[in-house]
Design a protein around this ligand. Structure first.
Ligand code: WTA
Length: 648
């Protein structure tokens, strides 16, 4: 299969396209000609307490300031719940399935409103005020969605933390965000593994000590396992929250007040929290999800992402609800407890739109076609992926076997920083090319910048940048605006740099070539190689280390670590021990695929580690090392190769 496979826009005869090809072109043209007018029109997708009269105000140069709909006022929970209480009061807003807990729980818009209000009252009772941070660390359960919306209702800033983070990782984020309340669970199963949410949170708080601002913790009993509660600090979620009143007057927020912050990895050591604000984010969530997913009556969207990622925020919670849709969550894994589990869930819940990560597609593809073909998947009308590259082969399998060539596949490219889809097709309105994330949504001014910093016109390759702000753009890095400016605006003056490289073909379709910085993507989880090296640097027995990503057939990328041990510690450090240490410090998702203890690393004459070479060696390549003339010592390469090959 080559890049040139093109599926014409009209291929899906029965597909209810949102727009005609001409309609899509007209939208692009409008956005280009009159950006402010275009975005103010899109802002009508949500409910405003006071409508904005201005689109963008701010600048991509100098100190960089990003502000949208500045004079507008709203509450995001109203946009996602209250405005549907008359017309859709009894429509299911949320389907929450938990493996091993019987049929899925279904919450109508009325029930969601009630639960969100009770928690909003409870949080207020605990003293949480507008602008304060609340950390949410939960498995995929209805309380996770309720918690985010309750924060929005009282104007608190939510910080959702991934359950797979280590106690150290959570402690660092609690201290950085200065969260005052934590909402977590007792224990939860993820496939065959038990995840000790409460225990990890206790350990994190102990580690953070007086540097943390947490005074209260709500614990959802997600299992019958015994749970240690600290009197005065910990409360049983339902025992505490369910007594509060089922109504809460939403706090009126300015458009630029922050809605949430979310930690993500970058090219330097510490994870950073990007900040998203109320007005721009919710308009963008409503727009991007409305454009790509449409939401027709009766639709059920199942986005399999964890709420702790941006896909979980926008595609699970805010995007579907701002569109008055039905969103489904599940804590199940694709092949657990048996192959085809997800297909049964699609069938049982009549899922119409399935949105997942390429890693999951690859793992389900490995289960074989029979597993899929045995199920009735006729409810599906649209398939989607995001988070990492999908090869044309996996795309076509998803399209042909799962979708039976009836359902378009939307490969969408976006980031924690973009908050919603930036590149992605409008199904039925434009051709699809397997392996390409297609074209920018109307209103997105995407650019390719070459090595000299010039804009590439037409077909070409380079750094993927965006020349004009969009409403859902991250506003800053929490507590470090200088880092925000330096990270995202340093490649081409006046342009946002995504960190990715891309090629644009003659039809204007984008093909992501991968990260240009030292960020790797393991099964859709972003990890900075510098984070791994920082953690290893804490071990005094390690002289130096280098972490690289290599291709992996299912996970997309895997982590490989090279470690130079101190001479007197060589006997103490083991490769397994280092692997366990990294997973413990950062979280299980960061467990290295391989660790090599080595005497030295390949360097340039100026001492810089040559990662390109390490990546090749880690993949077991024996030649095509490219130009090695800059290396200061060729013997190191031979030693490394011997080391890696001896183990493989
Ligand atoms: C990568 C996930 C190829 C990319 C939504 C980006 C993709 C990073 C795609 C952001 C795609 C995301 N094709 N690569 N369709 N979507 N990426 O912040 O490298 O967790 O910069 O957001 O994932 O990861 P993040």
């Amino acid at each position: 299969m080559t890049d040139t496979t093109v599926i014409p826009a009209g291929f899906y005869k029965d597909y209810p396209a949102l727009l005609s090809p001409e309609g899509l072109e007209a939208m692009r043209e409008h956005a280009h000609r009159d950006p402010d007018g275009f975005w103010l029109e899109q802002a009508e997708r949500v409910h405003w307490h006071k409508k904005p009269t201005r689109g963008f105000s701010g600048s991509f140069t100098g100190d960089v300031s990003i502000r949208w709909f500045e004079d507008g006022q709203l509450n995001v929970s109203v946009c996602c719940i209250d405005r549907f209480l008359t017309e859709k009061a009894d429509q299911v807003a949320l389907i929450a399935h938990r493996e091993g807990h019987g049929p899925a729980e279904k919450l109508t818009y009325t029930m969601l409103h009630e639960r969100v209000c009770r928690l909003a009252n409870a949080l207020s009772h605990l003293g949480v005020e507008k602008g304060q941070r609340v950390a949410i660390c939960l498995p995929m359960c209805s309380e996770a969605v309720v918690a985010m919306l309750a924060c929005a209702r009282i104007g608190a800033v939510h910080v959702v933390l991934f359950g797979g983070f280590s106690a150290e990782g959570i402690a660092e984020r609690l201290v950085d965000s200065q969260a005052v309340v934590v909402i977590t669970a007792s224990t939860s199963r993820r496939g065959a593994k038990m995840v000790p949410f409460k225990e990890t949170m206790d350990a994190a708080l102990q580690r953070a000590g007086a540097s943390s601002a947490v005074h209260s913790m709500l614990v959802v009993r997600t299992s019958d396992d015994p749970v240690m509660m600290l009197p005065g600090r910990d409360h049983d979620y339902h025992g505490f929250v369910d007594h509060f009143e089922a109504d809460f007057v939403p706090v009126v927020m300015k458009a630029e007040d922050p809605l949430f912050m979310l930690y993500t990895s970058g090219s330097t050591g510490k994870p950073k929290a990007v900040v998203h604000s109320c007005g721009g984010y919710i308009v963008w969530a409503a727009y991007t999800m409305g454009m790509v997913y449409t939401f027709r009556p009766g639709d059920v969207l199942w986005c399999t992402a964890d709420v702790a990622w941006i896909t979980g925020h926008t595609s699970v919670v805010y995007g579907p609800l701002a569109n008055g849709g039905t969103t489904m969550i599940s804590d199940s894994l694709p092949g657990h407890p048996y192959p085809g589990r997800w297909w049964d869930l699609v069938q049982e819940n009549k899922v119409t739109m399935l949105f997942t990560a390429p890693t999951a597609v690859r793992s389900m593809m490995a289960e074989g076609d029979e597993v899929v073909l045995k199920r009735d998947l006729s409810s599906l009308r649209l398939l989607g992926v995001a988070g990492e590259p999908i090869s044309p082969d996996a795309w076509l399998w998803y399209h042909d076997v799962v979708g039976q060539k009836r359902c378009p596949v939307a490969d969408t490219w976006w980031q924690t920083e973009t908050a919603g889809v930036v590149l992605g097709p409008i199904a039925g309105a434009q051709p699809l090319k397997p392996g390409s994330a297609s074209t920018p949504l109307p209103g997105v001014d995407m650019r390719i910048i070459d090595q000299q910093g010039n804009t590439v016109e037409g077909a070409g390759e380079g750094a993927l940048c965006i020349a004009r702000s969009w409403p859902g753009q991250a506003r800053t890095i929490w507590g470090d605006h200088a880092r925000f400016v330096q990270t995202y605006f340093g490649v081409a003056p006046g342009q946002y740099f995504t960190g990715d490289g891309a090629r644009r073909d003659a039809d204007g379709y984008y093909w992501i070539t991968g990260r240009m910085d030292d960020v790797i993507n393991i099964a859709g989880h972003r990890l900075g190689t510098a984070e791994v090296e920082d953690v290893l640097g804490e071990d005094h027995r390690v002289v130096e280390s280098a972490a690289v990503g290599i291709p992996h057939p299912v996970k997309g990328e895997a982590l490989v670590v090279f470690v130079i041990p101190r001479k007197d510690a060589a006997g103490e450090l083991t490769e397994e021990g280092i692997g366990r240490f990294v997973a413990k410090q950062l979280g299980r998702y960061a467990a290295p695929e391989a660790v090599y203890l080595v005497p030295d690393l390949p360097r340039t004459r100026s001492g810089k580690i040559v990662r390109r070479l390490l990546r090749k060696i880690a993949q077991g390549e024996t030649e095509n090392f490219g130009d090695l003339s800059a290396l200061n010592d060729m013997a190191v390469v031979k030693t490394l190769c011997d080391r890696v090959w001896a183990q493989s």
